[in-house]
Design a protein around this ligand. Sequence first.
Ligand code: BGC
Ligand code: BGC
Length: 609
Amino acid sequence: MTNLTRSLLLIRTLFLTLVLTLTLGCQGGIQNSPGTSGPEIIPYPDPSLSPTERARALLSIMTLEEKIGQMTQIERVYLQDGSPIAQFHLGSVLSGGGSTPNPNTPAGWADMIDEYQDQALSTRLRIPLLYGTDAVHGHNNLMGATIFPHNIGLGATGNPQLVEEIARITAIEATATGIHWTFAPSISVPQNIRWGRTYEGYSEDPELTALLGAAAVRGYQGQDISAPDRLIATAKHFLGDGGTTEGIDQGDTQVSFETLRTLHARPYIDAIEAGVKTIMVSFNSWNGIKLHGSRELITDLLRGELGFDGLILSDWGAVKQLPGNEKDQIEKAILAGIDMVMVPDDFRGFTRSLIDLVNQGRVPMERIDDAVFWILRLKFALGLFESPMVDRSQAETIGSPDHRAVARQAVRESLVVLKNNGVLPIGDSVQHIHVIGTKANDIGVQSGGWTITWQGRRGTITAGTTILEGMQSLATDRGITLSSGRTIPENTDLVLLVVGELPYAEFEGDTDEPRLKTDDVEFHRIARESNKPIATVIISGRPLIITEEIEHWDGLVAAWLPGTEGDGVAEILFGVYEPTGRLSFTWPRSMKFYELDEAEILFPLGFGL
Ligand code: BGC
Ligand code: BGC
C-alpha cells in the first residue's frame, strides 16, 4: 500500500466514523428491544475496510461500559433468560463441559445461540457475540457428534494431515450448531502421567506437540476464518501447565526460564505461526507466581518475544485465584495482559470492579482499548458483523458416515502394539474368541472425559460403536464365534482382555499411580487362570503401571481414548489394517521413573510394533 492510499483510507475511516457517531448520536443511543433488531447490519464503518480499521473505528465511539462488557465472558447457566447480554454488553458466552441446551440437538444449540445473538444485536452498537466451547475431540458436548480420539491418541498417529482433517471436521460440526470458537488445541507438554490432563496433550515431546498443534490450528481456522465453517482456535494453557511438580493439576511449575522457554513454550511458536487467533492462560504457577498475574510471561514473552497478535483469554475463574481482593485480582490480570476474562459467573461484580479500576486510574484506558481492539478485530475478521446468525446448512453432516470414517481412521492409526507373542493379528487358527472386561462394551468409557459431560461418564452416553460391537461384526464376517462375560468357555482360542481407566477430566483425574483398579484386576485374574492365550487392550488417558500383569499377556495394544468409533480397534486386532502407532509418551515401569531413573522405562518414547 502506498502512503497516499494509506492516507486516503485513513481519511475515509475517520469520515465514516464521524457519520456513524452522528447517526448514533441522533438516535440518542437508541436501545432496540430484544428480538426486534434481527440480523440487520451496521457497517463499522465499511466492510471493505480491514478488520483492524473497522475495530479502531468502532472502538473510538464506545463507552467504558461497552468496552468492559466486550472483555467479559460468561457461562450460559449464569445468564438466566439471556438479558444480561444486552444489559452488560457482554462480548462472549461459553458452554463449559457438559453445559448444553435442552434438547441437546443441533437445532437446540442453534436456537439457543441465535437467541443470545438477538440480545447482543439489540444493543446500541449491535456488536455480535462470540460463542465458545471446548470442542476438544470433536464437538464433544453435542449428542450424536463425531467423537475423535483424545489428543494422546492423535500424538501416537504422528500424522499432521490427519490431525488437520479432524480439526476441519470438528469445525464443520461445531459451526453448524452456531459455535464460533473452540478452546482447543491443548498444546500442553505433559511431563508426568500423574496429571489427569495428560490425555489432552499430544505428547511429552515438544516437537511433536508443535507439529500436531499447528496442524490442528490450520484445520479449525482454515485459510479464511470468515468462511462459515471455520472455527476460532485456542492454544492452551499458557504456560507450563504440563510441567507442574508431581503433575498436580493447576500446580506449580518449578523450572528455569530456559526450560519453560524450550520445552513448554515451544509449541506456541508453531501455533502462532499457523495463525492461532486466541491463547488461553493457564491456572498453574511458575515458580510460585500464578500465570494469570504474570506480566513477564503474558506481555513480555507471549506478546513481545513470541509476537502473538490475537486475543488472550483467561481460564475459568482463574483470575479469582490471584492474591488480594476482587479488584486487586482483576487489576493484576488485566495489567498482566489478559484481554478477555472467563469470569464465568458474576458479570455484575466483574464489570463493576473493572469500571471502578479504570475510573480510579488503576487500569489505564490504553490497556482497555488494547484488549477491546483484539476482541473486535477478531469479530470483524470472522465476518460476524455481516453474518451474526447461525448458518445451519451443514447440520445434517454432524455425525455422518463420512465424518465417522475419518474418526475410525484416526483410531486405527492411534493404536500402539506394545507386545506380541504371535497372537496378533488374530489368525485363521482362532475359532472362538472370548472378550472379558466391561470396558469392552462402553461408549462412555472409550470416549473418556470431555464427552457429553465435563468429567465423562460410563454407559451409552452418545451414538457410536463399542469395541465389542466392532469385534462381533468382524468375527461374524470371518465365521469366528465370540462370547463375552466373566466365564471363559473351554473352547476359547484367544481371550481378549479389555481393561483401563474410567472417564475423568481436570483435577479429578490426578492420581499418584495410574494402574488397573479392582474390577480390572479381577478380569485379569480370570483371564490368567483360564490358561488361554491373552491379548489385552488398554483404554486409558495415559500409560498405566502394568509391570506385573504384562508378564501374563501374549499381546498388548494401547488404545488410549478412541472415541465413538470402536470398530477401528477391532480392525487392527483382526489385521484389516497394519498397526502404525508409536508411543508419544514414555511408558514407565514404575513411578520411580519420575525420580529420573532410566532403568524404570517399560517402553520408550516412539516405541510401537
Ligand atoms: C479448563 C479449560 C477449559 C475451560 C472451559 C477450564 O476449567 O481448564 O481447559 O477450556 O475450563 O471449560
Ligand atoms: C465446567 C467446566 C469447567 C470447570 C472448571 C465445570 O463446571 O463444566 O467446563 O472447566 O467447571 O472448574
